[in-house]
Design a protein around this ligand. Sequence first.
Ligand SMILES: Cc1cc2nc3c(=O)[nH]c(=O)nc-3n(C[C@H](O)[C@H](O)[C@H](O)COP(=O)(O)O)c2cc1C
Length: 189
Amino acid sequence: MTPDLHPWAADLSDLYAQVWARLVRGVRDRRAPARHPTLATVTPDGKPQARTVVLRAADKGTGTLDIHTDLLSSKVADLRATPFAALHVWDAAARLQMRLESTVTILIGADVAATWAGLPDASRQSYGSLPAPGQPIAQALDYAKRADPASFAVLRLTVQTIDALHLGPRHRRARFDRSAGWTGMWLAP
Ligand SMILES: Cc1cc2nc3c(=O)[nH]c(=O)nc-3n(C[C@H](O)[C@H](O)[C@H](O)COP(=O)(O)O)c2cc1C
């Protein structure tokens, strides 16, 4: 049998630590797979919707993740109706799929003023486009980019469960629950 390339995958607490290490790396390293997770929400008419986002903060201690977005984007309307999201990352080098269920708080205004103040000008242009994201326009470039702090929202994901699937010589899958103190349990992959 080939030796396991990733010994951390064989132990629940090591696997849990590895998930968070990969998420934190995504925030710091533009080339890390967790830099660009897929965020899935439920639309007001009950359909799934997924899109790529940038992971802006990851805190293992609180089990929270931050994503920046335009307050007028459809995902915010989704989250107002259904404040739950799923986040998906496939880290190919680690052979690790991470699926996170979370509740989501939409932070705006004074709660995000300090974050806004720390954003480079180029990033600020992503928040406040006119017309609002997703609105029909006559020509492809019939929109304006403006940095509008009133359109800036931070989606704070409070992770509730983590499903980690490791594809090694023998596959392993584990589930970690906030309600169980993140102790983790093995699942059939
Ligand atoms: C590489 C990449 C990174 C992106 N990062 C973000 C992001 O951090 N926040 C965001 O709101 N949209 C981001 N987008 C755009 C979203 O994927 C999506 O097109 C947009 O937010 C509108 O989605 P919605 O209509 O579902 O709200 C990114 C797209 C790509 C391709």
